[in-house]
Design a protein around this ligand. Sequence first.
Ligand SMILES: CC(C)(COP(=O)(O)OP(=O)(O)OC[C@H]1O[C@@H](n2cnc3c(N)ncnc32)[C@H](O)[C@@H]1OP(=O)(O)O)[C@@H](O)C(=O)NCCC(=O)NCCS
Length: 203
Amino acid sequence: MLSKLLKFIRSYINKSQQRKYIVNGNLKTEADTDIKDLKLEIKLKRKNNLNIEIGSGCMIFGNFYIERPEAKITVGNDTFLGGSSFIAADEISIGNNVMFSWGCTVIDTNAHSLSHLHRKDDVAQWKTSIKNGSPGAYKNWDHVESQKITIKDNAWIGFNSIILKGVTIGKGAVVAAGSVVTKDVEDDTLVGGNPAKFIKKLN
Ligand SMILES: CC(C)(COP(=O)(O)OP(=O)(O)OC[C@H]1O[C@@H](n2cnc3c(N)ncnc32)[C@H](O)[C@@H]1OP(=O)(O)O)[C@@H](O)C(=O)NCCC(=O)NCCS
């Protein structure tokens, strides 16, 4: 009798631990996060390689692109990503209680070299990748600049904004609609325009 009870308790604990998060290939998310509409493209997918980790209480719409096997996208808790694109060759880190409106693009890489001498084989490499059914497999990243992007807690990113490599958006900061953010934004600050400039302090 006692052993049956212990077995039942163990199996209940196991089940509740399993419910805590869901691992789907290269994506791990807490169970109470809603993934409403997500296009996921992982180039050079490696088995058991966690590229994307999403916390609890989030709602996710959008497109995630993992450009290299070591690239990561992490999202904290209670964050809303509304129909935007996140392209990572290095890392995109999004905090808690962040709101992304629709049509934004966050890209942590230039994706190509600025020198045409280093770009000259890009098209051929892309064509070979597609022909062999392995997008990105033949891409040479040696001369491509990439740098982590960090979006801190409570930030709000207005629709159709673009955030480029290396940028940190501070806590509670707001990016006005249609901005192109090329430089760091301080905490509790509104920026806007192309390139995004300081508009005012918040709070
Ligand atoms: C940032 C925003 C919320 C406005 O904030 P606000 O404090 O009411 O701003 P104001 O309208 O008073 O404008 C303040 C200044 O910012 C400028 N500004 C406002 N929006 C801007 C934008 N999108 N791009 C560039 N500058 C902008 C104004 O021209 C004004 O400049 P000035 O001081 O030189 O006159 C608003 O412009 C915005 O982006 N709204 C869209 C939010 C969104 O994406 N919603 C979708 C649902 S999540």
